[in-house]
Write a protein of this length. Structure first.
Length: 377
C-alpha cells in the first residue's frame, strides 16, 4: 500500500495502552488471521503464502487458479461481485554476503516509485523503527524455515537509495533469500495489532467465502513494489468483460490511534493516478449511511490538510498511489472501480493497529454488498 500518512505525531507504540482481552469479532476470522499472519509473504517472495491461501480458500469451497503474481478465487457466480486484496508484506531480502535490503525497493527496482508514494516519503523516517526486531528467513516457494536472527541496525545507503540492514546470525543466507519479521496477532479490547498490511483484508476476503460469497476475489503480489496492478490488469485483458466493477480492499494509514478512530471506514474519490468510479463510490457511501457507519473520504482529508500545510509554508502530502488508481489509469476503460479501507495507525510496522469497530464495520459492509448485489448469470 502506498498511501500518505497525514501530517501529525506518529504513534511510536500504538498498542502500548491496549489491554489484551476477548473481542466480538467472529472466532473463525480471528483463527484464520492468526494462521495467515504467521505465514511469511515478503514482497517479491509470496509463493509460499499463495499455497497457504489456496488451501484455506479451497476448504471454503472456492475454485482457485494461479497466475503470475495473482491468485484468483471464484464461487458459483464469479461475475456477481469482484474484490481484490494485496497479500505482500514488508520484509528484507538478502542481496549479498551478509547484506540485506528493504525487499519492496529491491522487488520494484524503484522504477515504479514516482515521488508520489509514501515509501519514498517515509524511508528516512522509518529507518530507526526496526532495531532489535526478530526476523526469520524462508525458502520462497515452499516456505521452509532457513534460520532466525535479529536486526542490529539500519541505515539509508546514499548510493543505492535503499534501506540497508545489519543482522545477527544470518550470515549463512545466500542472495535472493527473503527475510520476514517475526509477528503474532495481538487482540485487545479496542484493536487488532500486528503487521496487518496487507494480511488483514486478505483474511477477510477468505472469510467472505465462508459466509457464502460466490463472486470473484483476487489476491495480488508485489503491491508494495508497485507491480500488483499489472498482474491484475493482465487477468482482465484475458478474461474480463466490458464492464469490470472492481472493489479493492485495503488498510489506510493515520498518524495515531486516536486519528484512526475518528472514522469507521475510509472511502476515496481518487488517488494521485486517477479518479475512481463515482457510482460505486456513491453506493459505498450510501451503505455506510444506511448501516450507521462513520466514513471519511481520504483524498478530501489530505486536500484539506495540504491547504493548511501550504498556508504554513510547509510541503504538501501526496494523495497516495494505489492499486486501484494505477489500474484505472493504465486499462483505457477496461477496468473501473473504487476502494474500501480500514483506518489504522502504526503504518508499516509490526504494531499496525486497526480499531475493532472499523473491522466490524468493514465486515458488515462487505456482507451487505454481497447480500444486496444482484447475480449476473
Amino acid at each position: 500500500m502506498t498511501e500518505s500518512v497525514p501530517p501529525s505525531r506518529v504513534d511510536a507504540n500504538p498498542e502500548a495502552h491496549l489491554p489484551t482481552i476477548a473481542t466480538n469479532l467472529p472466532s473463525s476470522l480471528l483463527e484464520l488471521l492468526h494462521i495467515l499472519i504467521r505465514s511469511p509473504s515478503v514482497v517479491g517472495a509470496e509463493h509460499s503464502f499463495f499455497r497457504v491461501l489456496q488451501r484455506e480458500l479451497e476448504e471454503r469451497g472456492a475454485q482457485v487458479t494461479w497466475y503470475e503474481g495473482l491468485l484468483v478465487a471464484q464461487g458459483n457466480k464469479p461475475d456477481s461481485l469482484m474484490f481484490s486484496a494485496h497479500i505482500d508484506r514488508h520484509g528484507l531480502v538478502c542481496t549479498g554476503p551478509n547484506e540485506f535490503q528493504y525487499a519492496a525497493f529491491v522487488a520494484g527496482a524503484r522504477s515504479d516509485l514516482l515521488g508520489n508514494s509514501v515509501d519514498e516519503q517515509l524511508m528516512k523516517k522509518i529507518v530507526n523503527r526496526f532495531s532489535q526486531e526478530r526476523v526469520y528467513a524462508y525458502e520462497p516457494w515452499s516456505g521452509a524455515y532457513r534460520g532466525s536472527g535479529t536486526i542490529t541496525s539500519a541505515h539509508v545507503c546514499e548510493y543505492r537509495n535503499n534501506l540497508i540492514f545489519e543482522l545477527e546470525n544470518m550470515s549463512h543466507l545466500v542472495a535472493g533469500t527473503p527475510v520476514a519479521f517475526v509477528d503474532k496477532l495481538k487482540v485487545t479490547d479496542q484493536a487488532l495489532v500486528g503487521q496487518l498490511d496487507n494480511v488483514l483484508t486478505a483474511a477477510i476476503l477468505v472469510y467472505m467465502f465462508e459466509q457464502g460469497f460466490e463472486g470473484t476475489a483476487f489476491f495480488t503480489a508485489q503491491e508494495e513494489a508497485g507491480k500488483s496492478w499489472r498482474y491484475l490488469l493482465e487477468w482482465f485483458r484475458r478474461f474480463g468483460g466490458s464492464t469490470n466493477q472492481l472493489l479493492v480492499v485495503d488498510t489506510s494509514p493515520y498518524p495515531n490511534f486516536e486519528a484512526a478512530c475518528q472514522q469507521d471506514l475510509v472511502l476515496r474519490n481518487r488517488d494521485a493516478n486517477a479518479v475512481f468510479n463515482s457510482e460505486l463510490t456513491a453506493r459505498l457511501r450510501q451503505l455506510c449511511e444506511a448501516r450507521g457507519w462513520r466514513y471519511q473520504f481520504k483524498d478530501e482529508y489530505v486536500v484539506q490538510l495540504n491547504a493548511e500545510l501550504c498556508a504554513k509554508g510547509e510541503s504538501p502530502h501526496s494523495l497516495g498511489s494505489t492499486e486501484m488508481g494505477r489500474i484505472i489509469a493504465a486499462s483505457n476503460g477496461l477496468v473501473d472501480g473504487t476502494t474500501l479501507q480500514i483506518p489504522t495507525s502504526g503504518y508499516h510496522t509490526l504494531s499496525e493497529t486497526a480499531p475493532l469497530t472499523s473491522v466490524s464495520a468493514f465486515l458488515d459492509l462487505l456482507l451487505t454488498l454481497i447480500n444486496t448485489t444482484p447475480s449476473q448469470e
